[in-house]
Write a protein that binds this ligand. Structure first.
Ligand SMILES: NC(=O)c1ccc[n+]([C@@H]2O[C@H](COP(=O)([O-])OP(=O)(O)OC[C@H]3O[C@@H](n4cnc5c(N)ncnc54)[C@H](O)[C@@H]3O)[C@@H](O)[C@H]2O)c1
Ligand SMILES: [Zn+2]
Ligand SMILES: [Zn+2]
Length: 370
């Protein structure tokens, strides 16, 4: 008998998700069927709901799923039924960047994560015979069951609560990875984090882990700055109420060795770049809706400064997600402080609360019996 999954379906651009019962296909030979325990919500889910042409619809979104392996395809060796897994972005495993372990820059990242179907054209879900798009970020985790591939199922230890782990699959590994993997923040350095939502706060925690001695959090929301201070920021700047550039220059006399932008605001990005010390690096995480920014080339050249994009924190998830869980278990990476839980029935409230800034990281708990 076919498995029925409850899923939040995005049928119409910009409209609320609808909770529906869908029929689930069997996992293919390299696939893993996961009973989703909980899933984080990321701004990219909202972006895809609202973009007319980024993913095909109707689709089940969600890409920070954590759950228990229910069944595996015949070729799967990495996980087995009963294993706890975090689902992350999918990569091909054989292009040059994948072979070097920088899977976030996989040649096939677009088709594997945003096509809304398998490469053979099939989808994981159907509604009375009509295909519903799936495999969003290789998982579509806004459902009680998800089908991912062996590659993007990351086995995790079972002595930490599974319901908090999903956000490690995207937002949290992105912020932490930007600091630890991409920028390789060094002890004693001055770091500026522009925008301290879930990604920026993960970056703050990671900067403290890396031994940065000046960690400046910049945000328009006072409550987020307070959270940043609790998590390791040494200074805060309340954007809109004080001049960011002047304050950064006053705090960091030689300039920032590392800056991270999560706001996507072009003026903020300019401030981050202009606040860099000689040889400083500014990492861009927010895609700024595809916008263009200008920088002063003279400052870039003479100071050896650079600006670079960062996708998924340059994470090699098989290694990095367990590493972050270890930091969490040691009490050195309390990312659970950013989480507020919602039921699946309340998923649209969760999306609204994330959009309004009320909640830093919504996590949807799936119904227990299904
Ligand atoms: N590159 C990647 O791989 C990747 C991965 C995950 C998320 N993202 C993206 O990263 C971005 C950040 O995600 P998030 O969950 O932290 O979002 P968020 O909205 O919680 O955080 C952004 C923060 O920036 C602050 N902000 C906005 N405008 C500002 C301004 N002018 N000055 C100072 N602060 C300002 C907001 O108050 C907010 O706290 C999103 O766009 C998300 O889609 C990128
Ligand atoms: Zn994401
Ligand atoms: Zn690849």
């Amino acid at each position: 008998m076919a498995t029925i999954t409850k899923a939040a379906v995005c049928r119409t651009t910009g409209k609320s998700l609808s909770i529906e019962d869908l029929e689930l296909s069997e996992p293919q030979e390299d696939e893993v069927l996961v009973r989703v325990i909980a899933t984080g919500v990321c701004h990219t889910d909202i972006g895809m709901r609202d973009a007319p042409d980024r993913v095909p619809k109707p689709i089940v979104l969600g890409h920070e799923g954590a759950g228990i392996v229910e069944k595996v395809g015949t070729a799967v060796r990495k996980v087995k039924p009963g294993d706890h897994v975090v689902m992350t972005f999918r990569s091909c495993g054989h292009c040059p960047n994948c072979r070097q372990g920088v899977t976030a820059y996989c040649d096939e990242i677009g088709t594997l994560n945003f096509a809304g179907q398998r490469s053979d054209g099939t989808t994981a879900f159907n509604d009375h015979g009509t295909a519903i798009h799936s495999h969003f970020f290789g998982q579509s985790s806004f459902a009680t069951y998800a089908i991912c591939s062996e590659r993007n199922a990351i086995p995790v230890r079972q002595d930490v609560p599974l319901e908090i782990l999903g956000p490690l699959g995207c937002g949290i590994q992105t912020g932490a990875g930007a600091i630890l993997n991409s920028l390789k923040v060094t002890p004693g350095s001055d770091v500026g984090i522009f925008g301290v939502g879930s990604v920026g706060l993960a970056a703050v925690m990671a900067a403290r882990l890396a031994g940065a001695t000046t960690i400046i959090a910049i945000d328009t929301q006072r409550s987020r700055l307070d959270m940043a201070t609790e998590l390791g920021a040494t200074h805060t700047i309340h954007a809109g109420h004080e001049d960011t550039f002047t304050r950064v220059a006053a705090i960091s006399k030689r300039g920032l060795n590392f800056a991270v932008d999560t706001t996507g605001n072009l003026n903020v990005i300019r401030q981050a770049a202009e606040g860099l010390a000689a040889r400083g690096v500014c990492g861009l995480i927010n895609t700024a809706k595809g916008g263009d920014a200008s920088v002063n080339i003279l400052k870039m050249v003479l100071g050896g400064r650079s600006i670079r994009g960062i996708h998924e924190g340059d994470s090699n998830p098989d290694f990095f997600i367990p590493q972050l869980i270890e930091f969490y278990a040691q009490g050195r990476f309390p990312f659970d402080r950013l989480i507020r839980f919602y039921d699946l029935a309340g998923i649209n409230v969760a999306l609204d609360d994330m959009e309004s800034g009320k909640t830093i990281k919504p996590v949807i708990r799936m119904p227990a019996a299904h």
